[in-house]
Design a protein around this ligand. Structure first.
Ligand code: MSP
Length: 672
């Protein structure tokens, strides 16, 4: 059997629609998977969705859907987006699938049969958002991970003897120094485990949206044990058809965001040790993608939708930007300005320009056939330095990429792009072409061969990161299908003379200020076409649908008002007015009138941006009960998503006075 490589993304919760934070992990994995395939590995790349648990059950209730309807819809959106982005996943696991359920139950049985599960009773705090048992703080406390209020859970549960694995885990981190990358995360995990592990509750009995515990269906399996098992259930673990499991397990890499390190580096290996199954080879954690210094998340409402970038600049631009701009492992910022700047400097003016000028000159001066490089009088040290640099670039690129240092790998490749650009400028092939003597002709051939060969090398190396454009450059170079190229053999001098080029076409048209404005407009006006499953399909039909997202197609409001200005009670009933409590209030940078609020609606905490900053100091609002229009379409204000509206009277000069109650009312109560 050949060499195998198995890589996974986290499986994404379906309480939020996909955004570029999710895309970041998925496309990093896609780049790794594509490169491994080119290097000749039998590669398996898994992604999917995490669909059980209290958080999802509540999100479905809030959306007025059954959990299954709700998860089908959002899981479908993730799937459609990955397809649209050209993500080359080999399988898509859903935790609500039968194959997964079977595998989870088998894993449970094995852990139990080895004596690591016992029944006990749990009383403590739980964070539904993170689906995490919180040790510290009693009732009324907040989650150390996300700061949200915790809930008290008191129930009879099954426990996993996590404490029995302290020594074995520490031994693992020592003997396998690359088990957790980067180093900084490894150190955090080691000190967490050293500080002592408590047994973990691994079942819940007060709600039902989950996988039944074998032999005790009054409990469902704790959602993290359920979710982590996806990495083996997708391969067929627990079923007769487990040939993939035998071929690909243990995984080479679980790629994750830094906030779920503990689950992957402590709980997951401990579950596997208890079940006597092999452990994954490594867990690679990246940092967060920030938008204007904040983590992108649904509750903050500062999400950038992937569709916007795909519609305007295409998947390669996003892929290149995220892997080049963000130092993998550290947090990085996203902004449309930076995206367009990188796109222009490195793709349009960099690789794109190198490709089109080199190929156009070969077409013009050598009738589209790669010319022969001269080894004699027409040869200069400048040609050798390009060749030497290209050889070093190949080695450096592989080295950094293998360390998951994508930005350094790309930086190395683009040093070569810049060097070849300079080489072309200094050697002036266009002037050589005007001269008729033989030496100039030979020199012209050498310069263009050197440029084309360097272009071929950068194209092959960058293919896993920018697959579409490099595929086109490769075929313009007359080399056929790039994915068939055996990357491990890449070396200077492989471009054969006489290779016939294909028609030359530009790959990266330049972007300008209007490109940024278009993307910002699309983000500020999320018409259904970009934010629902139906919308994803519509966008797939191309430029027309893309243009329609820029603003023109808001559905007209239905004429509910009768001639006398009165509305029917059913019309009023459409407005979902709720009592909510303000949990967080802060000024919005650069906007004198706006406050950013997080309000608790009972079923969820939401972000609302309200124009009340001139009337209320933020600190005076925390803890106050307000009335919220809960079913208003989301809007974006200053890049922040506002999910609802606070009701206020408008008095002299438009000053707002918040509506409130004389008696105490519970959060979430409806006004009717
Ligand atoms: N369902 C769990 C994972 C279970 S894996 C067995 C979960 N899901 S999630 O939907 O919240 O996705 C978290 C992952 O999405 C992160 O670990 C990261 O890979 C990616 N990201 C989501 N938002 C992100 C950013 N803003 N920045 C970077 N990555 C982000 O946790």
């Amino acid at each position: 059997m050949g060499k195998t490589f198995y890589i996974t993304t986290p499986i994404y919760y379906v309480n939020a629609r996909p955004h570029i934070g999710h895309a970041y992990t998925t496309l990093a994995c896609d780049a790794v998977a594509r490169r491994r395939r080119m290097l000749g590995f039998d590669t398996f790349f898994l992604t999917g969705t995490d669909e059980h648990g209290q958080k999802i059950q509540r999100a479905a209730e809030a959306a007025g859907k059954t959990p299954q309807e709700f998860t089908d819809e959002i899981s479908g959106e993730f799937h459609a987006l990955w397809q649209r982005m050209g993500i080359t996943f080999d399988d898509y696991i859903r935790t609500t699938s039968e194959r997964h359920k079977r595998g989870v139950q088998e894993l449970w049985r094995r852990i139990r049969n080895h004596g690591y599960i016992y029944k006990g009773s749990y009383r403590g705090q739980y964070c539904v958002f993170d689906e995490l048992y919180v040790d510290a703080g009693g009732p009324g406390g907040s989650c150390p991970e996300c700061g949200r209020p915790t809930e008290t859970v008191e129930e009879e549960n099954y426990f996993f003897k996590l404490s029995a694995f302290t020594e074995q885990l520490l031994e693992l981190y020592t003997s396998e120094p690359h088990f957790i990358r980067p180093e900084s995360r490894r150190n955090e995990v080691v000190s967490f485990v050293r500080s002592g592990l408590r047994d973990l509750s691994i079942s819940r009995s007060t709600f039902s949206w989950g996988i039944p515990v074998p032999d005790d269906p009054s409990h469902v399996v704790y959602v993290w044990l359920d979710a982590l098992a996806n990495y083996v259930t997708a391969l067929g673990f627990g079923s007769e058809a487990d040939s993939r499991y035998r071929q690909f397990w243990p995984a080479d890499v679980h790629m994750i965001g830094k906030e779920i390190v503990r689950f992957h580096c402590v709980y997951w290996p401990a579950f596997l040790m208890a079940a006597r199954l092999p452990l994954p080879r490594s867990i690679v954690a990246h940092g967060w993608l920030l938008f204007e210094e904040n983590k992108m998340s649904k509750s903050r409402g500062n999400i950038v939708r992937t569709q916007t970038i795909l519609n305007v600049l295409g998947a390669d631009a996003l892929r290149y930007f995220l892997l080049r701009e963000v130092v993998f492992g550290q947090d990085g910022s996203f902004s449309f300005d930076a995206l367009v700047q990188r796109y222009n400097s490195d793709l349009a003016n960099g690789l794109g320009n190198l490709a089109s000028r080199t190929l156009a000159m070969i077409t013009r001066y050598f009738r589209g056939e790669v010319p022969y490089p001269s080894q004699t009088a027409a040869h200069t040290p400048a040609d050798d330095s390009v060749a030497d640099l290209a050889k070093r670039t190949i080695a450096d690129f592989h080295f950094y990429f293998d360390q998951y240092q994508f930005s350094r790998a790309l930086e190395a490749a683009w040093v070569l792009v810049a060097a070849v650009d300079k080489y072309i400028v200094e050697n002036e092939p266009w002037s050589l072409a005007e001269k008729e003597d033989e030496n100039s002709r030979a020199r012209l051939a050498t310069v263009l061969y050197t440029a084309a060969e360097a272009l071929r090398i950068v194209t092959a190396l960058a293919h896993p990161v920018i697959p579409d454009a490099t595929g086109r450059i490769w075929s313009q170079l007359g080399l056929g299908e790039i994915t068939k190229f055996p990357l491990a053999t890449l070396a200077w001098g492989q471009l054969r003379l006489g290779t016939k080029l294909d028609a030359v076409q530009p790959v990266f048209p330049r972007a300008d200020k209007s490109t940024i404005e278009r993307m910002q407009r699309m983000e500020e006006d999320p018409t259904p076409a970009t934010s629902t499953a139906a919308g994803t399909a519509a966008i797939e039909s191309g430029a027309n649908a893309a243009a329609s997202t820029a603003g023109a197609t808001r559905p007209a409001a239905s004429p509910a008002v009768a001639g006398d200005g009165k509305i029917a009670i059913e019309d009023f009933a459409k407005v979902d007015l709720r009592v909510a409590e303000v949990k967080v209030a802060e000024k919005v940078k650069g906007a004198d009138k706006l406050l950013r609020l997080e309000v608790d609606l009972g079923s969820e905490v939401r972000q609302i941006v309200a124009g009340i900053a001139e009337a209320y100091a933020p600190e005076s609002l925390v803890g106050r009960k307000v009335v919220v229009v809960a079913n208003l379409q989301p809007r974006r204000l200053r890049g922040l998503e506002s999910n609802g509206m606070i009701v206020a009277a408008s008095i002299e000069g438009g000053r707002p006075v918040l509506a409130g109650f004389l008696e105490d009312v519970p959060v979430g109560a409806r006004l009717k």
